[in-house]
Write a protein that binds this ligand. Structure first.
Ligand code: NAD
Length: 453
């Protein structure tokens, strides 16, 4: 399999892809190795994974360079992803034992009732490329800590990072058969689903997520899906326009707009609409576009070349339906996958721009008459990952956010993930939970004990 640099369009490395036979063999070996891994004291597994955390931190620069080369993430943002990783992993290291400790719920007259938690067994993780360290470790780290074996299929667009994770885990002491990596694209993922795994955790698009769920349903596999979003934000009439515009421009365009929780739709109260749009457009037109290896770059190439066509179609459709293009709107003429940061105002929910996940440097802004219309527009979506409200009044924000159909609610912030809080989606945004103690329990199953005597 060729690895391409999306900033140049040039292939720079080849890696060997897994065959169906090698995938089956990895799953068989994982099955055989898992009981011994689960049988080790929790403290030993935690020590090994702590070493992985320390190794990733020590090799941060080299790993950031790899990520930038294969997916085009601007280097400062690649470094940020690796710098933020240790605190995320520390959450799991500090909370796993407590999250899966189990409890005795009744002791009376010779009867004890107890709940314990057991690992699922062999977990498959089919992952995305946009934040491979974060979305990968949300799964493999707690899954390994709780005694599962893991078969990891990184995205074909983040294979080198996937292989680096594999090497570091093994160097840290995770047995080779307990964590194995499958190299390949969709076909390799589909082949993995045909093996006797116990659960599949998936991060990716809604379209692929549905395919995964359909395949898993035939075998009643446990499924956890982290899918896309069309994340809305409402800027109320009392919001601080300056900080909302600057914060939301970053929330929409960071990682070149390729975040599941990036801001994808902005609704602004009509009283402050014009001023907000001017400040937002100014901020976006100042973004430095360029070589992702350059420290000053904020907008890099798109990772997937196919997304260029999606963005072009969204611009055409929006303009045909009355949207006003304020900046950008087209590909940048250079080798690789480049699209200019794009702002379209007078957007509305009948545009693809406001309905389909863009996953790129583009945003639609619409005016609304007040809180009730904002809520209607925000909830007019199949997705439900995150939603935000900018206002000076916390109570106003909380009242609105309680009625919003989304797994995460933001007041005066956006595009934010915390290891302490559950990450989950409604509707087309997914099934199940990662992160928080609830997300640790994703990787265990309860056993009910009825003990008499
Ligand atoms: P994708 O759906 O194209 O691919 C995801 C993974 O699925 C890849 O590893 C791919 O090889 C594999 N795959 C493709 N077809 C398959 C099949 N038929 N069977 C099994 N596996 C298959 O998504 P992507 O482009 O890698 O990632 C972008 C998407 O991920 C966006 O929609 C984004 O919003 C979403 N995402 C969500 C979260 C979240 O936390 N909710 C986080 C990151 C990314």
């Amino acid at each position: 399999m060729e690895i391409y640099n999306p900033a140049t369009g040039q292939a720079f490395q080849q890696v060997a892809e897994d065959s169906v036979a090698s995938i089956v063999q990895k799953v068989e070996k994982a099955r055989a190795a898992q009981p011994a891994w689960a049988g080790r004291p929790q403290r030993e597994r935690a020590e090994i994974l702590q070493r992985f955390r320390d190794l990733a931190l020590a090799r941060k620069e080299e790993l950031a360079q790899t990520l930038t080369r294969e997916m085009g993430k601007p280097i400062t943002q690649a470094r940020n992803e690796l710098s933020a990783l240790p605190s995320r992993l520390d959450f799991f290291l500090q909370n796993t034992e407590r999250a899966v400790a189990g409890e005795t719920v009744l002791t009376e007259a010779g009867l004890t009732e107890r709940i314990s938690f057991e690992p699922l067994g062999v977990v498959a993780n089919i992952s995305a490329w946009n934040y491979p360290w974060f979305v990968g470790s949300n799964v493999f780290f707690p899954a390994l800590l709780t005694g599962n074996a893991l078969i990891y299929k990184p995205s074909e667009l983040a294979t080198l990072t996937g292989l680096a994770i594999d090497r570091l885990l093994h160097e840290a002491g995770v047995p080779a058969d307990v964590f194995a990596t499958v190299v390949g694209a969709g076909q390799a993922g589909a082949a993995l689903l045909d093996t006797p795994i116990d659960a599949v955790c998936f991060t990716g698009s809604y379209a692929t997520g549905r395919r995964i769920a359909e395949a898993a349903s035939k075998r009643l596999l446990k499924v956890q899906l982290e899918l896309g979003g069309k994340d809305p934000v409402y800027v109320a009439d009392d919001a601080d326009v300056e900080s909302a515009a600057v914060g939301l421009a970053d929330g929409a365009f960071y990682n070149t707009g390729q975040s599941c929780c990036s801001v994808e739709r902005i609704y602004v109260h009509e009283r402050i609409y014009a001023g907000f749009v001017e400040r937002f457009v100014l901020e976006v037109s100042r973004f430095k576009i360029g070589d992702p290896q350059d420290d000053a770059t904020y907008i890099g190439p798109l990772t997937r070349s196919e997304q260029l066509g999606v963005l072009e179609r969204q611009v055409q459709d929006a303009v045909a339906k009355g949207g006003v293009l304020r900046v950008g709107g087209k590909r940048i003429d250079r080798p690789g996958n480049w699209f200019a940061p794009t702002v379209i105002e007078h957007a509305h929910n009948r545009m693809e721009l406001m309905r389909e996940e863009s996953f790129g440097p583009i945003i639609g802004i619409a005016a609304v008459s007040g809180d009730e219309q904002a809520l209607l527009e925000m909830n007019d979506t199949d997705y439900g990952l995150t939603a935000g409200v900018y206002t000076k009044e916390r109570a106003r924000a909380e009242t609105l956010l309680a009625r919003v159909h989304a797994g995460s609610a933001y007041w005066n912030c956006c595009d934010r993930v915390s290891a302490r809080l559950p990450w989950s989606g409604r509707g087309h945004s997914g099934l199940g939970t990662t992160l928080s103690t609830l997300g640790i329990r994703t990787f265990v199953q309860p056993k009910a004990w009825h003990l008499r005597g």
